[in-house]
Ligand binder design. Sequence first.
Ligand code: SF4
Length: 79
Amino acid sequence: MVFRIEIEKDLCISCGNCIDACDDIFEVGEDNYAQLVGGILDEDGFSFGEYPAISCAIEGAQSCPAGCILIFEDGNRIA
Ligand code: SF4
C-alpha cells in the first residue's frame, strides 16, 4: 500500500494548521509555505511525496482552510 500526498503550494496561505495537526508529514519550507517532510517540489508548484503510512496526514488535510492538500491511497483519492 502506497500513500501519495500532494500540496498545491500556490493555494497555501501559510496558516500552519497542517503542521500543527501532523508534523510527521508536514513542515514549513524556506518559502514559509507548507511542504511535505521528505517530499519533492515539482515544476507545477506541487510538493509531493509517497509514504508507506500516512500517520496523521488526514487530520492535516482536514485542517487546511485552502483545501490544497490531497491524499491518495493506491491511486485513489481519500482526502
Ligand atoms: S493547512 Fe493548508 S493553507 Fe495552511 S499551511 Fe497547511 S497547506 Fe498551507
